[in-house]
Design a protein around this ligand. Structure first.
Ligand code: ADP
Ligand code: MG
Length: 435
């Protein structure tokens, strides 16, 4: 039966680019393919900025792709599609409307008779566990309950497809887990008026807990690189070894891509090669991770999922630090493990002064943009240079936002390594210790 019904959604070859301020374009999505079948929860797992929200907007018809297309039940989506509803990270609830009135708003566009609006809204409120709060105002509700109002507002239209954009990520751990559990129970029991779900998340465990398939999304540009099936029965148990094995496998896949992605980038750009977009990772986090991996029980090598949960870091926080360690050759990643190099181990065991010297040498060797700034300052008589000079150079290769981020990263690293100094008030670079 299910094999003969058309896919709920079919996304084929979708591309999306935005014009860059200095000309050219930023390609955010490139050749994205995905299918959502009846009865499925499909996860889209990727880091911030990989284009996940952009993709959901294209699927729901709120925006149009530059290439490729989306079909919903076999029909091209070319405007806001009836039957597709969204759940966001947080909802703009109207503070002057009650819970009931906020949920009824979801039905505004459908032009239903008033008593049907009321009946449906009450049913949605009941379903999502807000019974008794119909006449409460948003300010009287906890964050978790406000998010439930958001869910009710999406469900009240009885959509076929629910697109969920990090719906649990603004909630505290316990509240998020409660809402996930309640939601999954309703879904598994067939009580939700929906036929399929796309869940966008950057939380690996959440993806394994909720989804039938997880699509791993790469960054720059965003595309689906791998699909991982989750053949575990609901309700799932985070303690189940099969659950842990899947979480582990996703870490391996995601970090394997990282290494491929960083290495060629170092010399892919012609000339000075400084057009790398650098993550803004504080030196404190870099030292912290090196120390943690170096110490017992890891002693130089750690399983990434394990150390992530040990340090209570989500992938969005952990991966940039790991990437920076790879970039500086302080650590390597293989098979989902992070392993300190000899330099990394030495760094872990030294006092601050020696750490600074090691760090400065690594910056000069492996961060072309840092050594470029240092060289310019060395060569100039005044040993100073304005920020604008370097921003211009970066903006030939990246968006102004990325240039600003890259500059901030380099400045904070160089400050620790005492490679050069930057004064925010005058917007001038200068030599910390002229040769
Ligand atoms: P994610 O949801 O995975 O965090 P987004 O889809 O929000 O990622 O954004 C992906 C990239 O697209 C980001 O670099 C963002 O700055 C860029 N972007 C998104 N929308 C626009 C827009 N309307 N104009 C220009 N750039 C945009
Ligand atoms: Mg997003």
């Amino acid at each position: 039966m299910e094999s003969t019904s058309p896919a709920l959604l079919d996304v084929h070859g979708v591309c999306r680019a935005f014009p860059k301020a200095g000309g050219g374009e930023l390609v955010v999505l490139e050749g994205v393919d995905l299918t959502l079948n009846q009865g499925e929860i499909v996860g889209l797992l990727g880091r911030s900025g990989s284009g996940k929200s952009t993709l959901l907007r294209l699927i729901s018809g709120l925006a149009r792709p530059n290439g490729g297309g989306v079909t919903y039940l076999g029909q091209p989506v070319d405007g806001p599609a009836r039957g597709i509803a969204m759940v966001f990270q947080s909802f703009a609830l109207f503070p002057w409307l009650t819970v009931l009135e906020n949920v009824e708003l979801g039905l505004e566009a459908l032009r239903l008779p008033p008593d049907e609006i009321r009946t449906r809204a009450l049913a949605a409120i009941d379903l999502i566990g807000l019974d008794g709060y119909e006449s409460a105002y948003p300010r009287e509700l906890s964050g978790g309950m406000r998010q439930r109002v958001g869910f009710a507002r999406a469900l009240v239209v009885h959509p076929n497809v629910l697109l969920m954009d990090e719906p649990f990520s603004a909630l505290d751990v316990l509240t998020a887990e409660n809402l996930r559990t309640d939601f999954l129970e309703l879904w598994s029991e067939g009580q939700l008026p929906i036929k399929g779900i796309i869940l966008v998340t950057h939380n690996i465990e959440e993806a394994v807990l909720m989804c039938d398939r997880v699509l791993l999304f790469s960054t720059n540009p965003g595309r689906v690189v791998t699909e991982i099936k989750v053949p575990l029965r609901q309700p799932r148990d985070r303690q189940d070894p099969n659950f842990a094995a899947l979480v582990d496998r996703i870490y391996v896949e995601m970090t394997a891509r990282r290494t491929d992605r960083l290495a060629p980038k170092l010399d892919r750009i012609p000339g000075t090669g400084f057009a790398m977009i650098l993550p803004e990772v504080p030196v404190g986090l870099i030292s912290g991770l090196v120390e943690a991996v170096s110490a017992a029980p890891y002693n130089g090598r750690a399983d990434l999922p394990e150390i992530a949960s040990d340090l209570q870091m989500e992938i969005d926080e952990l991966f940039p630090v790991v990437e920076t360690l790879q970039l500086l050759r302080m650590a390597e990643v293989e098979g989902g493990d992070i392993k300190l190099t000899e330099t990394g181990k030495r760094f872990a065991n030294e006092e601050t002064d020696e750490r600074k010297r090691i760090f400065a040498r690594l910056l000069i060797r492996y961060v072309p943009f840092a050594s470029h700034i240092r060289k310019v300052l060395d060569e100039r008589h005044s040993h100073t240079a304005p920020k604008s000079r370097f921003v211009d150079e970066l903006e030939d290769h990246m968006t102004p936002d990325m240039a600003e981020q890259t500059l901030r990263a380099v400045v904070s690293w160089a400050r620790f390594g005492e490679l050069f100094a930057y004064d925010d008030d005058t917007a001038m670079f200068s030599m910390e210790n002229p040769a």
